[in-house]
Write a protein that binds this ligand. Structure first.
Ligand code: PMP
Length: 405
């Protein structure tokens, strides 16, 4: 339970894989009477957020950054609809529920989509993806390769770097869904040559839900220019280009109303990432390192509790969330046990496994607050014991502490 200033319990501790806890400063930044979209403070925050978004994505100056009102799904729609048109071929690396969504979005843009499958908890191999791209290329080229950086339904993390390189090698655009990764997992858009990276405000960026963020590199921007028909007006990058330019230059502008309070919170959340310091590291590298430490420490506690993870190999485990199998005799009733104790975690999401596991988010602000992570360990241990799976709570907390120190 989070404590109010007067020591009274307030809201439960939100440890789902998004939305997540945000810092008190983020809450303060957005808890103001709604500003107009042309208010000087809003314009300044927007410009700052765009700049920090590029920094967090590690994007080059020739990439275009967009922040628009909407959720992560809107950013996915924006990515696909600006590069795909009917007759195009697209490939989606399937690591779970959100890869399926990406495939459906690409299909609705008229593309012929191939999902390269893996068993749930695994990821398709680079070789399998390359084989498909190389084979199809002989019949007419693949236009875009889509991959989910961290699939929130399985807790599986892909390594985007070799995928981006593979795409370049075959003259294919690479698009990465970073909704459950950005700000928590390493991503270097410029160095890796990724063409589009997209995310939502409500996960590792530690801001409220409501903003879709996307950065498009020069090859992706060129693909937009080559479309026979423009995308839907709201999704079209060219609708937003003058607006983003104006915000960059601290000038008022209007195309469609931004989620103004959300932008204030997002700007603060991004500032906290960009100005973070941890173990000789700065900015997003420091924040990513915190995620690594937090997830390693939590995994030490999960091991003591006898919890197994959905990702089939350790290198596939995301740092932003854990997808944990219910131990024998425990089911989704555990979630209610935890909620009663002030901790909110999420149930399963992957259709094939839904009833077999639950998910604990550990991203964003909480990675700077080890006591909140420790509280999660304690309450989970108590909840499991109450649900019939006896756990040595002290040993689990000790294992966690060894990991964070
Ligand atoms: N992709 C991934 C990896 C996600 O985790 C989510 C949200 N859970 C989405 C896309 C969709 O984002 P939203 O719910 O904000 O539309």
């Amino acid at each position: 339970m989070l404590q109010a200033g007067n020591g009274m319990p307030t809201t439960p501790l939100l440890m789902i894989p998004g939305p997540v806890e945000v810092s008190p400063a983020v809450t303060r930044a957005m808890s103001v009477p709604p500003p107009g979209h042309q208010a000087p403070g809003l314009i300044e925050a927007f410009g700052q957020a765009l700049q920090d978004c590029r920094t967090v994505f590690k994007a080059d100056a020739d990439a275009a950054a967009y922040i628009v009102a909407g959720s992560g799904t809107l950013a996915m729609e924006m990515a696909a609809s600006n590069i795909l048109q009917s007759g195009d071929r697209a490939v989606v690396a399937n690591t779970g529920y959100f890869s399926g969504r990406m495939a459906e979005i690409a299909r609705r843009c008229g593309a012929e989509v191939t999902l390269i499958d893996a068993t749930p908890g695994d990821a398709p191999s680079l070789e399998a993806i390359e084989r498909h791209i190389a084979t199809v290329s002989t019949r007419g080229s693949v236009k875009a390769l889509f991959a989910t950086h961290v699939d929130t339904s399985t807790g599986v993390r892909l390594d985007p770097e070799p995928l981006a390189a593979l795409a370049r090698q075959h003259d294919v655009l690479s698009v990465f869904d970073g909704v459950c990764a950005t700000g928590g997992e390493h991503f270097d858009m410029a160095a890796w040559g990724a063409d589009i990276y997209l995310t939502g405000s409500q996960k590792a960026l530690s801001a409220p839900a409501g903003a879709a963020l996307l950065v498009a590199g020069p090859r992706a921007l060129k693909a937009r220019q080559s479309l026979r028909q423009p995308p839907p007006l709201y999704l079209d990058w060219t609708s937003w280009d003058p607006i983003m330019k104006a915000y960059h230059e601290n000038r008022p502008s209007y195309f469609a109303t931004p989620a103004t309070n959300c932008v204030l919170g997002l700007a603060q959340g991004l500032r906290e990432i960009v100005s973070d310091t941890y173990e000789d590291l700065n900015g997003v590298d420091a924040r990513v390192a915190r995620h690594h430490t937090a997830s390693t420490a939590l995994r030490q506690a999960w091991a003591v509790m006898g919890l197994e993870e959905i990702p089939v190999r350790s290198e596939l485990r995301a740092t932003t969330l854990s997808a944990l199998r219910y131990p024998a005799g425990v089911d989704a009733g555990l979630l209610a046990q935890l909620r009663q104790r002030g901790l909110v975690v999420a149930g399963g999401l992957h259709p094939a496994l839904k009833t077999q596991y639950f998910r604990v988010g550990h991203m964003g602000y909480v990675t700077t607050q080890p006591h909140l992570l420790e509280q999660t360990v304690t309450v989970l241990a108590e909840g499991l014991t109450a649900a019939g799976h006896r756990v040595d709570s002290k040993a689990a907390v000790d294992a966690f502490r060894q990991g964070v120190n």
